[in-house]
Design a protein around this ligand. Structure first.
Ligand code: ADP
Length: 491
């Protein structure tokens, strides 16, 4: 009933225009394409579009009640609220009956590592017999029945709570989600409650959106305000000191104060082996993705599940069958045709590039050639920092185009190039395919080529109207097979 919903958003209500008979709400949405008769519609003012402007169209479609952020000129039952995104969170939780209370809910935030940790979490829980859902950057998986890509790492409150409700209704037990800083700022998870809220790290990214680094940190830490009464904060050691909220905190990492401490880690092409010390003793662990940062991602999952009462040995065993995540230190198998190690990696912030390149340095037998670029409409300050990091660890760096998103690609290249330390061998090749081709041509047997920045992504976004199919792994495969055919003919 509308009255129940209105009562719930009392704290944000400014003005209520509703005095008729109570109405039964048949659904809630904020998308004009989804409005059906009897729906409650929530208007938002977005950066590109303001749905208040189409209020009369929404009414024509049969909506029975509107939640708006500023007064509208139509005579129709509605409530004006101070924050329609917060109202949406509260209303969604109420409408879908707080489904998080019937699920084991896991929220993972951090600048890097969210996707890997979320996939690993979901994999381990499934391996241990739990059925559930996962929402993340690459795809959403609703009980293994629906798998689809969504443009947002974390969707809006209605979609989150609907997916949770769906999971509960079909007897799902767990719900793992990546929680982006955008979603925390936009109150998409505001009324969700988590059993585990995990923080991988906080380093430079998204400063376009969050204005300052302090603001970015504050936004991310808000996830710990969203814990259930007995919920647990799982935090990596380096960032533990910034989490000063009154919550049960479990620390993981390499430092002495870690509750789950990585003692020694060895990396090879096939993955990472490490010894983990915890109150359960010392255990040998392995994960099939190279990198100390992946020992961290694995330990995040082990720590969380141990605290929830799962048996440590079963968790460690389940991690062994994890096949990794597309575009996260992903070896392109066809590289063996030409004797080069080729890796596609999603790293697109200075810290992620550093983690990936440190890993590459440990396992590469020859030189490292890195192809990378920076995205448009995103934190500009990180551009030169990315070049500095890449040049520090690579023998040859090739700066190219990522997703310009409406910005002038040349201008982005120029800003990245500013960070190249003097004397570093580098090239600027705007066309991404040509840049990859050049890297593969420059590489000798035994060298490693890293193609960074886009991971699993399937399109290069030049502008809203211009998206070009481009998947790094596919482009690399095609180039290699062409080269291989040429070589075979020559022999
Ligand atoms: P996110 O979803 O947060 O972007 P991903 O798991 O997709 O994180 O990883 C993106 C990139 O960040 C990886 O390709 C790797 O280079 C780096 N990375 C992964 N895990 C970590 C971590 N725990 N700490 C730092 N960097 C990481």
């Amino acid at each position: 009933l509308v009255r129940n919903l209105i009562e719930a958003i009392d704290e944000v209500t400014l003005n209520l225009q509703f005095d008729g008979e109570d109405i039964v709400i048949t659904g809630i949405t904020n998308k004009s394409t989804e409005v059906r008769p009897g729906y409650l519609f929530i208007c938002h003012k977005g950066s590109r579009f303001d749905s208040h402007e189409i209020a009369s169209e929404i009414i024509k479609k049969g909506a029975s009640f509107l939640v708006v952020e500023h007064p509208i000129s139509v005579d129709f039952p509605h409530v004006v609220v101070s924050d329609s995104r917060l109202a949406e969170s509260i209303l969604s939780a109420l409408y879908y009956d707080d489904p998080f209370n019937k699920l084991l809910t896991i929220g993972i935030t951090g600048t890097n590592g969210k996707t890997t940790a979320a996939h690993l979490f979901h994999h381990v829980l499934k391996t241990l017999g739990s059925n559930g859902s996962m929402l993340g950057t690459i795809y959403y998986d609703i009980l293994g029945e629906q798998k689809f890509h969504h443009d947002n790492t974390t969707p809006d409150a209605i979609e989150i709570l609907k997916a949770m409700k769906n999971t509960v209704d079909r007897s799902g037990k767990h719900f793992v989600m990546e929680v982006s800083s955008h979603s925390l700022a936009m109150k998409r998870v505001e009324s969700v409650k988590f059993d585990i809220a995990a923080l991988t790290n906080i380093t430079r990214d998204h400063l376009d959106f969050h204005q300052t680094f302090d603001e970015y940190i504050k936004t991310k830490l808000h996830i710990f305000d969203l814990l259930k009464e007995f919920g647990i904060a799982v935090v990596s050691d380096e960032f533990e000191h910034i989490v000063n909220k009154r919550v049960k905190k479990v620390i993981y990492g390499m430092s002495e104060n870690s509750d789950y401490r990585i003692l020694s880690a060895e990396i090879d092409k096939f993955g990472t082996n490490f010894v983990l010390k915890s109150r359960f003793g010392e255990h040998k662990c392995s994960i099939n993705i190279p990198g100390i940062h992946n020992a961290y991602n694995a330990t995040l999952v082990i720590a969380s599940l141990c605290e929830l009462g799962y048996d440590i040995e079963s968790i460690i065993e389940a991690i062994k069958s994890f096949e990794g995540v597309e575009g996260r230190f992903q070896f392109i198998r066809e590289g063996t045709l030409v004797g080069i190690d080729i890796v596609v990696d999603f790293a697109h912030s200075p810290d992620a590039l550093e983690k990936t390149l440190i890993t590459a340095r440990k396992i590469a037998s020859g030189r490292i050639i890195t192809v990378f670029g920076a995205g448009g409409q995103a934190d500009k300050g990180k551009r030169p920092m990315m070049a500095e990091v890449v040049c520090r660890y690579s023998d040859v760096s090739i700066i190219t185009t990522d997703d310009p998103r409406g910005e002038d690609p040349e201008e982005i290249l120029f800003e990245v190039e500013k960070g190249v330390p003097s004397g570093s061998p580098y090239l600027v090749i705007p066309d991404r395919k040509e840049a990859i081709e050049t890297a593969l041509t420059l590489a000798n047997r035994g060298d490693m080529v890293i193609v960074a920045g886009r991971g699993h992504e399937e399109y290069q976004i030049f502008s809203d109207e211009r998206k070009i199919p481009f998947k790094d792994a596919e482009v690399i495969r095609k180039i290699l097979l062409k080269e291989y055919e040429k070589e075979k003919k020559r022999v």
